[in-house]
Design a protein around this ligand. Sequence first.
Ligand SMILES: Cc1cc2nc3c(=O)[nH]c(=O)nc-3n(C[C@H](O)[C@H](O)[C@H](O)COP(=O)(O)OP(=O)(O)OC[C@H]3O[C@@H](n4cnc5c(N)ncnc54)[C@H](O)[C@@H]3O)c2cc1C
Length: 555
Amino acid sequence: MAKPILLSVDDDSDVLRAIERDLRAQYGAEYRVIASDSPTGALELLKQLKVRNDGVALVLADQRMPNMDGVGFLQEARQIFPEAKRALLTAYADTNAAISAINQANIDYFFMKPWDPPAEHLYPQLNDLLDDWRASYRPAFEGIRVLGTRWSPRSYELRDFLARNHVPYQWIDVELSANDPETKLLLEALGPEATNLPVVLFPDGTKLLETVPSEVAQKVGLRTHAETDFYDLAIIGGGPAGLAAAVYGASEGLRTVMIEREAPGGQAGMSSRIENYLGFPTGLSGADLARRAVVQAKRFGVEILSQEAVGVRTEGPYRIIKFADTNEISCHALMIATGVQWRRLEAPGIDRLQGAGIYYGGGATEAISCSGEIIYVVGGANSAGQAAMNFAKYAERVVILVRGDSLSSTMSQYLIDQIKEMPNIQLWTHASVAEAHGETHLEEISVLCSDTNKVERVPASAMFIFIGALPRTDWLSGIVERDERGFILTGPDLIRSGQRPKGWALDRDPFLLETNVPGLFAVGDVRHGSVKRVASGVGEGSVAVQFIHQYLSKV
Ligand SMILES: Cc1cc2nc3c(=O)[nH]c(=O)nc-3n(C[C@H](O)[C@H](O)[C@H](O)COP(=O)(O)OP(=O)(O)OC[C@H]3O[C@@H](n4cnc5c(N)ncnc54)[C@H](O)[C@@H]3O)c2cc1C
């Protein structure tokens, strides 16, 4: 925990040095002693300390200073740190001024110069003041603070990114907590910068204004640059399939890098409770599974890069990956484990309000904000069911919208049973979203009821969309063969009429999980014909490493 601060201010350098020395000698072990020779400089410093969330226990100022006297300075300091004890250093001649300052300006004490010996004239009184201060002092949060507004898509994107990467932070909604005294003081200390939201404040005093996840990633130490430019195995995508491949690859001695553009865990990381993964009889959250897998991968030496892959090419035995920031790395074996992304819901208002009440997927960071509200979940698959169960813990009412007449053909029975037991979950069948309404954030939705052919307009605080997913593999077109929906073909799917794929020059067939490019593998949800489950992704990622060993033995 950072030590609280004792600040002394005096334009007379001899007095300043003396008070600093005496404070440090007595209190240096428990407090940080800071000195300033100008009241305006000291006020600036106090504002910086406020932004850093430091605690200030005492402000001690000389009464006679040019431009601003001690009483004036202490009154301004009080606006920034109201709880700090305020004391004045005065000459004998100023005693009357000091006494009236105590009465009028809420100053806690005045000390006469000189204060020798300090053991008699300084420390006993300061001990009293500091004991008093300590009694009501609550140490401030010491990690990252994110300032933004609930309905801002950029704030949402940032919070989601931090949460999914397991970076602890404190969220400060500047609108909702506008009347909170501490937030007010912080915003005042930030001045005009407080309007450049989202703002991220770091414990070292630095800040990022109007920031985006990639900037924060660099600052919090998520690696964005590769340690070296060549790897035995590179994996694009850090969902269950990519993580499993990384663990197996690295544990079997391959120099392995895993590239993930959002957060390790992939879709599974958004799941509030995975109940069918072997070995976890009471289920576990996707975030927990992802965290465990990342720790395991790192233990085996996997390098995890926070980057987006935007291109792949081959040069002889080398597979080269290009990143969004234009950097490149190369490898012998490359694995595509990029999974699938949510299908977009096409209706007026949806795109405009995305991130401001409308979210694709779990929106884990939003669940708690939905306390006491009416929210909608669109879709009838397991992912929608899990989300509804999670939101029902917080929301007043959760309404699941499905086009069909029941959940039975799309959702597992265990989830249907759990949903039936939840009194605040309601199923609305034959329903589809026709429009989303709201100026700055979602307020209402229009629902088309296919059984009555009527449109109903209902209030909605938030809507979470789970309507199936598609692979986004356009950036791989011309490199790997894909089916008509973009899923990547592997192994036997590439053999047509007994013929190996075009351009295939090896005297063997592609391995089971290998694409039409030797040494380039595809696993998990992105692969044509894969079973879209955590366990199957993990299985494919692990098995592929065996084929990679076979491939590498002949490179
Ligand atoms: C809400 C929800 C609940 C679910 N619940 C269950 C369940 O209970 N049980 C179950 O078995 N399955 C469940 N599933 C399905 C399961 O999560 C998926 O089948 C599984 O995550 C697929 O793993 P994957 O590694 O193939 O792909 P994904 O999990 O989709 O991971 C792919 C990763 O690749 C990254 N990526 C994509 N493109 C790039 C790029 N160009 N550069 C860098 N990175 C990229 C993505 O950001 C993503 O992190 C659920 C899915 C969802 C969405």
